[in-house]
Design a protein around this ligand. Structure first.
Ligand code: NAP
Length: 253
């Protein structure tokens, strides 16, 4: 990892779905740069373990259980953050589900609903609750995906929900300006639990690697560095943008 600064001294950051993988990496990075971080996920045990890891690195951290679909837990996430730290400067909406490999026309209505709910709607609902507490100069980050640019077979509807986040980024950037910037990170493939069905299959992994120019998969540190840039004052004139962090995998011009 490159040498890191202290861009988030005095800032308060909420990262959803952050007890492992990319969300944990982002929380760790923001915390190492001085932020008080509020981490959460569905399971208390995972929250407790992640809190211990972050505390072990000297990070100021609050851990809460929050299944992003649970309205009460979303409200509690915002309330407890404000109770403890008094404000919110950064929100990273990182939760996603990928419950199917079916084609879009074969996907059951309940599964379509779940994809829309977890991957798009709950981020909007969380921001509705959090918005009154966002400071001047605050920042919202969505975590989309390289699949949002060209939804692939097997990840098609998931990819479409990630395309929706590109539009949501633009729309909310206009709605929340000038006090809050809204940006998005579109990761390439990162070997996390979420992507393990792809990255542990040697032939799929080879085809993913071949699509990159840099001949490697992404890391949680790559994604954390991008999210931290967008959330920081280094990006104070950047809003409504999506930063693709995918090693040169074809996306858009
Ligand atoms: P991951 O390593 O599997 O971690 C998922 C995290 O989310 C865990 O902390 C999990 O903890 C939590 N979680 C899962 N469902 C949740 C829910 N409904 N509510 C709250 N927390 C929940 O996943 P990841 O690969 O880092 O993925 C994170 C984000 O990156 C997702 O938006 C994904 O679409 C995106 N992304 C990933 C890749 C990749 O290749 N990995 C590529 C592009 C985009 P609990 O089990 O305790 O809830």
């Amino acid at each position: 990892m490159a040498k890191i600064g202290r861009r988030f001294e005095g800032k308060v950051a909420i990262v959803t779905a952050s007890t492992q993988g990319i969300g944990f990496g982002i929380a760790e990075r923001l915390g190492l740069e001085g932020a008080a971080v509020v981490i959460s996920s569905r399971r208390q045990k995972n929250v407790d373990e992640a809190v211990e890891k972050l505390k072990g690195k000297g990070i100021e951290v609050l851990g809460l259980v929050c299944h992003v679909s649970d309205a009460q837990q979303r409200n509690n996430l915002v309330e407890k953050t404000v109770e403890k730290y008094g404000k919110i400067d950064v929100i990273v909406c990182n939760a996603a589900a990928n419950p199917t490999v079916d084609g879009i026309l074969e996907t059951k209505e309940s599964v379509l609903d779940k994809l829309w709910e977890i991957n798009v709607k709950t981020s909007i609902l969380l921001l509705q609750v959090a918005a009154p507490h966002l400071q001047k100069g605050s920042s919202v980050i969505f975590i989309s995906s390289i699949t949002g640019f060209h939804p692939p077979q097997g990840l098609a509807m998931y990819g479409v929900t990630k395309t929706a986040l590109l539009g949501l980024t633009k729309a909310l950037a206009a709605e929340m300006a000038p006090n809050t910037r809204v940006n998005c990170v579109a990761p390439g493939f990162v070997p996390t639990h979420f992507a393990s069905f792809l990255t542990t299959n040697e032939s799929i992994k080879k085809s993913l690697l071949e699509k990159t120019l840099l001949n490697r998969l992404g890391t949680t540190h790559d994604m954390a560095a991008a999210a931290a840039y967008l959330a920081s004052d280094d990006a104070s004139y950047v809003t409504g943008e999506t930063l693709i962090v995918a090693g040169g995998t074809p996306s858009r011009l």
